[in-house]
Design a protein around this ligand. Sequence first.
Ligand SMILES: NC(=O)c1ccc[n+]([C@@H]2O[C@H](COP(=O)([O-])OP(=O)(O)OC[C@H]3O[C@@H](n4cnc5c(N)ncnc54)[C@H](OP(=O)(O)O)[C@@H]3O)[C@@H](O)[C@H]2O)c1
Length: 250
Amino acid sequence: MRVVVHGGGRMARQVANVIDEAGHSLLALVSRNRPDWLTGVDYHESLDALSELPDAVIDFTLSGGTSQAADWCRARLVALVSGTTALVEDDRESLRRASELVPVLWAPNLARGPNLLMRTVHETAHALGDSASVEVLDIHHFEKKDAPSGTALLLAQAIASAWQVPLDDVLDLGETARSEPRAGRISCISRREGDVIGQHRVTFKTAEDTLVLSHDAADRSIYARGSIEAAQWLTQQPAGLYTGADWLSQ
Ligand SMILES: NC(=O)c1ccc[n+]([C@@H]2O[C@H](COP(=O)([O-])OP(=O)(O)OC[C@H]3O[C@@H](n4cnc5c(N)ncnc54)[C@H](OP(=O)(O)O)[C@@H]3O)[C@@H](O)[C@H]2O)c1
């Protein structure tokens, strides 16, 4: 599989580092500024400058970047994996429109472990019901722009869907999340510390006990390897909008 990476930050660098050992090749890297770590790979400021089409684009940018990748993939009929979090409405709409013509996978967490956590959290919420109060804590490095993390919001969504209620009806964010969580409510708390790659901890409390489920990422390459595996799977799928759960349930 020949891949174009869209973005030039920490995650783009990880994909560039592991793509050869994963048995695939990096056709080019596209970002608005040339990363100083990039050597031996074709670089372009815009996707429109590519002279050859890849099998898939892997997008790790920030708000606004994903819509550019999605619009380009729609026009060129190229599969798209996006791991970018904190999407704006424009990004979401472009992903949806692209998915009418090409396979598109968007997942705020592309590593296997957090997706397994998601599944376990859903089952636990289902089993305990809304007599439990839940705290979802995410801890990331200081430079992470969005809070709560995209993964924390998906975990909260997994709990709300197990309780069969709209997430907005049970979610406490920011100041309201700091007080002791109440039964049937989900408190999302974020901490930004040092260079923590990504930690998520979900605590279910009932009157009788406390149950804690958590995942700690020790190396950013888990997301990069996941994005490559997801891209390979995606190139075999028909047009549509896929999630991390779709990919991992195959
Ligand atoms: N799904 C997952 O598993 C996973 C895991 C880790 C991180 N993430 C997410 O992946 C994204 C990237 O993370 P990172 O750590 O690599 O961030 P980063 O180091 O800050 O890099 C972001 C890159 O995006 C590019 N960019 C920003 N705005 C853009 C725009 N409007 N159009 C095109 N490119 C744009 C920037 O390059 P230029 O300014 O030069 O264009 C920069 O190279 C974040 O949203 C992060 O939360 C997801």
